[in-house]
Design a protein around this ligand. Structure first.
Ligand SMILES: C[S@@+](CC[C@H](N)C(=O)[O-])C[C@H]1O[C@@H](n2cnc3c(N)ncnc32)[C@H](O)[C@@H]1O
Length: 321
């Protein structure tokens, strides 16, 4: 399995240990022995319960005349989110390099040249963009791992407060990183790098916060910036995750798309939807998996089914002539 391979890779590659590894539940009686179990098959009963809960919480929709604000004011809701929580809400994404070793350049290290850049990161041999970077919970683990490799990280968010948190972080280093404010739904968005210039685009829990009708356009536009052979790394909420089932009635905007009490929105993807999204943009599947786990609250003896999507899609190289 992928996680198992990664755990093995970790043993030899000196990468940080995975908190979520290859822990497989073989004896149901062991369930309360650990906090998390990997690669879980759902029972028919669990699937049926998930369907029922989702049907129930989607049975009444927010009226269409009230829906517009969640889309047009999305940036304001996220800005208030960061005003309230600062950088305290999300934890650093410690699993990043285990699941996405593509984030680390494989070529020779060092800066290509000391010439002045006409755009930040111009002379970097390897360029990463994180979209919807929030307070930098992925950015800083990356920045701290690419020192001396010659790689450069761009990151953007439409919340100017989020971008300010990134810029104020003690590890923010302009020779390695460039944070900027950008709404990726904006069809005429401008980016500080040219088309065909990125090796990796990282999408961590960001496409789920965008209106499902806009997501395809976002992926299409972003893919213009990948070099041939460049790759999208995607991790996000999966259909019937516990957090979907926990929505109360009255929060549903459209199928599998909800708004939280603070006005931010969340969509829950299936594997097929993720596949269409990236293949419609002309990308090739490297990985598309549903990461199903059981999370256990040992004190309260509660068992929770968690579902995340994890995918990698590559821009194909031109055919050799
Ligand atoms: C759930 S947070 C994830 C943050 C970060 N990727 C992480 O893993 O901690 C989603 C982020 O996407 C940003 N976002 C949502 N829609 C966006 C858009 N249209 N353009 C740019 N950023 C957006 C939000 O401001 C928020 O910071």
């Amino acid at each position: 399995s992928l996680c198992f391979e990664n755990a093995l890779q970790n043993a030899s590659g000196g990468r940080p240990p995975t908190p979520l590894g290859a822990r497989i539940l073989t004896n149901p009686e062991d369930i309360f022995q650990h906090n998390m179990w990997d690669h879980v098959q759902w029972t028919e009963e669990a699937k049926e319960e998930a369907r029922q809960k989702t049907n129930e919480n989607s049975s009444s929709r927010i009226p269409s005349e009230e829906q517009g604000k969640y889309d047009t004011d999305a940036c304001k809701y996220w800005d208030s989110f960061y005003e309230r929580h600062q950088d305290r809400f999300f934890k650093d994404r410690k699993w990043l390099f285990l699941e996405f070793p593509e984030l680390l350049p494989s070529g020779p290290g060092g800066r290509a040249t000391e010439e002045r850049d006409s755009f930040p990161g111009e002379h970097a041999p390897f360029r990463i963009l994180e979209v919807g970077c929030g307070a930098g919970n992925s950015v800083f683990p990356i920045v701290n791992s690419i020192k001396h490799t010659g790689a450069f990280v761009y990151c953007c968010d439409f919340s100017s407060r989020a971008v300010q948190l990134v810029k104020d972080h003690p590890d923010y280093d302009q020779s390695l990183c460039h944070a900027f404010v950008q709404d990726i739904c904006d069809e005429v968005a401008s980016f500080p790098f040219p088309p065909l210039s990125l090796d990796v685009i990282l999408l961590v829990f960001v496409l789920s916060s965008i209106h499902p009708e806009r997501v395809q356009g976002v992926v299409n536009r972003l893919s213009e910036f990948l070099k041939p052979g460049g790759i999208f790394l995607f991790r996000d909420h999966g259909r019937y995750d516990l957090s979907q089932l926990r929505f109360k009635k009255g929060r549903c905007l459209s199928d599998n798309f909800y708004t939280r009490g603070d006005g931010t929105c969340v969509y829950f993807f299936t594997k097929d939807e993720v596949h269409s999204l990236f293949s419609n943009a002309g990308l090739e599947e490297i990985q598309n998996l549903e990461d199903r786990r059981i999370q256990v609250n040992r004190a309260k003896k509660i068992v929770m089914y968690r579902v995340w999507m994890q995918s990698k899609y590559r821009k194909t190289l031109p055919a050799p002539s």
